[in-house]
Design a protein around this ligand. Structure first.
Ligand SMILES: [Zn+2]
Length: 280
């Protein structure tokens, strides 16, 4: 892609982030790899909703400005660390989408097996430890997870996503915020049914089918291992109430209609409680 179209893409992504409320004032930063030695990056102290293509800075891989009227982003060190750790990554986005950032402030990672799409694409979204923005502490905190994750929360700060191009990095930011919003609603409703471990492993198999290049596999057993992605999922059949049966006529998988129904202990208790109530 030409330098001009990359400048235009950064402007467009900045507009979308600002329009969606992912950044306020001058928050957030975006960068893209131009070649083996150079990056194109948003400048410091500009609102991402009102950028123009000429505002961008070209830097080398140590963050030194090569061209541009403005100085590079104050979070350049974090971006540089990502490019150093991930030769496969060509774009980095940082923003403060409010729901995901709420989780980052509450110290809650988005690592529960809840949505199939998130599991197949991002896997888990861990929480990098708190670090003072714009200092060398932040790249240090990011380093722990960046080799095995394409997106993470930054404690008391926001979220960071990476991709093979600008839009793939940006769309992961949308996915994280959407996932955070859904997780928040489910938790407010008082119930979050997790996808079972077996199903998580099955979904992981779909990555190959769809050609999704995840940076690391999901661990078969949750452990604090930075070389794989850890998701919280129950062992066994989880919330699947009705086991699948193979229809003898056409070989298709259908929910069993006269076979056994499996209930969790909690569901069984709720059913008994309801039955007792209706007897009164
Ligand atoms: Zn930030």
């Amino acid at each position: 892609m030409s330098l001009e179209s990359l400048r235009a893409d950064i402007v467009e992504i900045g507009r979308r982030m600002y329009a969606r409320g992912y950044t306020a004032s001058n928050d957030g930063n975006i960068s893209v790899r131009l070649d083996a030695e150079r990056l194109l990056m948003t400048p410091k102290s500009v609102c991402k909703g009102f950028m123009t293509p000429d505002m961008m800075c070209v830097t080398d891989l140590s963050g030194k400005k090569i061209s541009g009227d403005r100085d590079p982003s104050s979070e350049a060190l974090m971006h540089l660390e990502v490019y150093r750790q991930r030769p496969d990554v060509n774009a980095v986005v940082h923003a403060h989408p409010p729901t995901a950032t709420g989780f980052a402030v509450a110290g809650i990672p988005l690592d529960r097996a809840v949505l199939a799409e998130v599991l197949t694409t991002l896997g888990s979204i861990p929480l990098a430890e708190y670090a003072t923005p714009s200092t060398a502490e932040l790249p240090e905190a990011v380093r722990k997870y960046i080799k095995s994750h394409d997106g993470m929360l930054l404690a008391n700060n926001g979220a960071l996503t990476v991709g093979t191009d600008l839009f793939s990095a940006y769309y992961k930011m949308e996915t994280i915020e959407h996932f955070a919003h859904i997780s928040l609603v489910a938790r407010m409703l008082g119930r979050e049914n997790l996808i079972s471990r077996d199903e998580v492993m099955r979904l992981q198999g779909l990555r190959d089918t769809y050609g999704i290049k995840a940076p690391a596999p999901i661990c078969a057993d949750p452990v604090d291992d930075p070389t794989c992605q850890t998701v919280q999922s129950p062992v066994g059949d989880g919330q699947r109430l009705i086991p699948n049966v193979i229809d003898g006529r056409d070989g298709r998988v259908r929910a069993g209609d006269e076979g056994e129904i499996r209930l969790t202990y909690r569901e069984l208790s709720a059913l008994i409680e309801d039955a007792i109530k209706s007897l009164r």
